[in-house]
Design a protein around this ligand. Structure first.
Ligand SMILES: *[C@@H]1O[C@H](CO)[C@@H](O)[C@H](O)[C@H]1NC(C)=O
Ligand SMILES: *[C@@H]1O[C@H](CO)[C@@H](O)[C@H](O)[C@H]1NC(C)=O
Ligand SMILES: *[C@@H]1O[C@H](CO)[C@@H](O)[C@H](O)[C@H]1NC(C)=O
Ligand SMILES: *[C@@H]1O[C@H](CO)[C@@H](O)[C@H](O)[C@H]1NC(C)=O
Ligand SMILES: *[C@@H]1O[C@H](CO)[C@@H](O)[C@H](O)[C@H]1NC(C)=O
Ligand SMILES: *[C@@H]1O[C@H](CO)[C@@H](O)[C@H](O)[C@H]1NC(C)=O
Ligand SMILES: *[C@@H]1O[C@H](CO)[C@@H](O)[C@H](O)[C@H]1NC(C)=O
Ligand SMILES: *[C@@H]1O[C@H](CO)[C@@H](O)[C@H](O)[C@H]1NC(C)=O
Ligand SMILES: *[C@@H]1O[C@H](CO)[C@@H](O)[C@H](O)[C@H]1NC(C)=O
Ligand SMILES: *[C@@H]1O[C@H](CO)[C@@H](O)[C@H](O)[C@H]1NC(C)=O
Length: 612
């Protein structure tokens, strides 16, 4: 008892420790082995995925002493054995769909316990078949159709996925609620509404078994054959090739092309007018084509018509071409002009004629002011600051105001100095000189030009002798006017001198029989003076005498006329004679005309006729 009492605290402690250890062990084993926690068995592998008809092997072992262990299963059962710690469930041809093998043990210290092996028996489909539902042949664009995928004899459908593809594109997929473990037939449908792009597309479906990480990799799958569909669609006319409005240039025929896309291939026709149809893709249009034409594309699905408005355009191409040519010409001319300007500048830049200091001037040698007619003068052209090594050519120009109305310059001379002897028409003319380097080839002549020198030419008075003859007859009783006109530069003053002391300051002079016999007109300016002497001859008045003479002649002719007239009655052939007789009086008229250069007798004669 004493021993007990002694060892009691130790036993208590020991028991406590054992209990604690047991608790930990329980906890540990329940963590590690889960469901088998209380059953000391281990399955290897812990679950299997087996193809129907394939072989399978699973070990079951234990580390505890036991009175026997074995496998209970519909196929491959292993009877209880006491001497083994590891027993194997083995089936060479697994043909049970819903098999549930169990490994059991009868431990020495406990009651019998067991572990179930999860088994998945699968079978890939015998066939996967795609078809259309209630339809044969080509499909119509935009309508709905049903495709069907039949998957035959597959298990377990729990792991089956049926996928739909168009070409390589996944369209949809279907999974199934987990129901039976045995093979099933599954049918999946797909609704499609094909468009024209789907013509010739290939649809197919695929049955895939995803059996998880323990299952075969890659996933077993079976595909259907592709189903190629034909889609029929209404013709569509290509708008880019055939616009609604076609512009045609007058005189340029155009070909319209009507292309239409359709299945089956459409037939194309052009309607030009109500009764004129052309079965052709192309239509030649000219200005005689009607305004409205239309293209119709037709196939069994339907027909499409496109109206085309033919707009005849005036042909502006020649005008445009002309404008372009004109613009080009203008640009070309501007270019030439700019080029020449530039070229001239650069050329002159090379010469020193246009040096900033270069200077040219024109002047008279030893003379200033106006020039006198008949005198010789010398003009000089002075050029400064020109490179003396260059040979300079001087040209003289004269611009005459009076002689030529056009202001073209005249090249006068090329000498260094110019001798001029001005005439009175040179009044107001301009002279200038130009200096240039000697011309190189046909290049423009680079020049420096002097200022223009206006010249004034003075000349002595010139009396108009036609208006003032040197001898003037004056009839007694008839005063006469003498006119003295003179030109000169500066404008001359006119004087009449009547003898020694009498001076009349006027252009006109009235002469009578009392006027002295010698008078003179003096025209005077700053250059010189000119004198014209006029001799005044006093004449008697012969008019009464002439009148008497004419009266006698008239009387004489009258007598002859009367004599001839009286003879006419006897012979009647004198008419021609009397006509010839009229001539002498016409001769008198001519005599009077001859004296026209002297206006004074003419006037006199007319005055006397009035008197008569
Ligand atoms: C079963 O055997 C394996 C070795 O084959 C061993 O690692 C394992 O611990 C054993 N299981 C049990 C419960 O004894
Ligand atoms: C147990 O297994 C051993 C070895 O495989 C075998 O010899 C024995 O016959 C078996 N016992 C029974 C009862 O089947
Ligand atoms: C498996 O069993 C089935 C039916 O029991 C049989 O038809 C088949 O030929 C067997 N396969 C093998 C490989 O033995
Ligand atoms: C895919 O198929 C399911 C039925 O399996 C259907 O409910 C769903 O609408 C389909 N999805 C498409 C995009 O077709
Ligand atoms: C069906 O599968 C789900 C998981 O996908 C699982 O939880 C459930 O137990 C299964 N039912 C049957 C009857 O096998
Ligand atoms: C599956 O379909 C095949 C052929 O159509 C038929 O022979 C078989 O009985 C079907 N199986 C089931 C489970 O309906
Ligand atoms: C289908 O099976 C083939 C081999 O037969 C494999 O190469 C392919 O990857 C599988 N497809 C999928 C989606 O697993
Ligand atoms: C129309 O014609 C053009 C030019 O040939 C082409 O590029 C285009 O693809 C066509 N359009 C259609 C819808 O056929
Ligand atoms: C249309 O023009 C083409 C050449 O431009 C010519 O070959 C063809 O014969 C013409 N067709 C008709 C119907 O005039
Ligand atoms: C052409 O069609 C337009 C409308 O599309 C119509 O207004 C016009 O009168 C037609 N011209 C002819 C000549 O028929």
């Amino acid at each position: 008892m004493q021993k007990w009492s002694f060892s009691l605290p130790t036993s208590f402690r020991d028991l406590y420790m054992r209990l604690t250890l047991l608790g930990f062990c329980f906890l540990y084993s329940s963590l590690v082995t889960g469901a088998q926690a209380e059953c000391p068995l281990q399955l290897n592998p812990q679950r299997v995925v087996v193809r129907y008809g394939d072989s399978v092997e699973v070990n079951c072992n234990t580390s505890v002493p036991h009175k026997g262990m074995g496998w209970e299963a519909d196929e491959g059962r292993v009877s209880k054995n006491q001497s083994q710690n590891l027993i194997t469930w083995r089936v060479s041809n697994l043909t049970e769909w819903d098999i549930k093998p169990i490994c059991f043990i009868n431990p020495n210290d406990r009651r019998q316990c067991q572990v179930e092996l999860p088994v998945t028996v699968y079978k890939t489909p015998d066939s996967v078949f795609i078809s259309t539902v209630n339809h044969r042949g080509p499909m119509m664009e935009g309508q709905q159709y049903e495709l069907q995928c039949d998957v035959h004899n597959v298990a377990p459908v729990e792991y089956l996925t049926v996928k739909w593809y168009k070409g390589q594109t996944l369209l949809n997929q279907t999974t199934f609620p987990n129901t039976s473990k045995t093979p099933e037939n599954k049918t999946v449908t797909l609704l499609i509404r094909p468009d024209r792009a789907d013509d010739g597309a290939e649809y197919w479906c695929e049955a895939e078994l995803d059996l998880g990480a323990d299952g075969p990799q890659p996933h077993p799958n079976i595909s259907s054959d592709p189903l190629s569909i034909a889609v029929y669609y209404k013709p569509k006319i290509n708008e880019t090739k055939l616009p609604s409005v076609v512009r045609v240039f007058r005189g340029y025929a155009e070909v319209l092309v009507c292309e239409a896309d359709g299945n089956p291939k459409p037939t194309i026709s052009w309607s030009v007018s109500s009764n004129d149809n052309k079965n052709s893709e192309t239509l030649n249009i000219t200005e005689s084509t009607p305004e409205n034409v239309s293209c119709t594309a037709n196939n069994i699905v339907g027909s499409t018509t496109k109206q085309v408005k033919v707009s005849i355009q005036e042909n502006y191409i020649p005008i445009i071409v002309a404008i372009i040519v004109a613009v080009v010409v203008v640009i070309f001319v501007i270019f030439i002009f700019l080029y020449l300007t530039y070229y001239k500048k650069t050329r002159i830049g090379h010469y020193d004629l246009k040096r900033p200091n270069a200077h040219i001037s024109i002047s008279f040698v030893n003379h200033k002011g106006e020039l006198i007619v008949g005198t010789q003068y010398e003009l000089q052209c002075i050029i400064r600051n020109v490179d003396p090594s260059k040979s300079v050519v001087v040209r003289w120009y004269k611009l005459s105001q009076t002689s030529s109305p056009d202001t073209n310059k005249t090249l006068v001379s090329s000498a260094s100095n110019l001798q001029i002897s001005p005439s009175k028409t040179d009044d107001g003319a301009q002279y200038w000189c130009e200096a240039g380097l000697e011309a190189v080839g046909t290049q423009p002549y680079p020049t420096l030009s002097s200022e223009r020198l206006n010249i004034t030419v003075h000349y002595k008075p010139i009396i108009n002798e036609l208006k003032l003859p040197s001898t003037v007859p004056v009839f007694r009783g008839y005063p006469e006017v003498l006119v003295c006109e003179a030109e000169g530069n500066p404008k001359p003053t006119i004087l009449w001198s009547l003898g020694a002391n009498e001076i009349k300051k006027s252009e006109t002079l009235i002469i009578t029989e009392s006027t002295p016999e010698n008078v003179s007109c003096i025209a005077n300016n700053s250059v010189d003076s000119t004198t014209r002497h006029v001799k005044v001859v006093l004449k008697e008045d012969y008019l009464p005498l002439i009148a008497g003479l004419i009266a006698v002649i008239v009387a004489f002719i009258s007598v002859i006329f009367i004599f001839i007239y009286s003879i006419y009655y006897k012979t009647a052939k004198m008419g021609h004679y009397s006509l010839k007789d009229a001539k002498p009086s016409a001769q008198n008229g001519n005599v009077a005309q001859n004296g026209k250069h002297n206006p004074i007798p003419m006037k006199k004669l007319s005055q006397s006729s009035i008197l008569a």
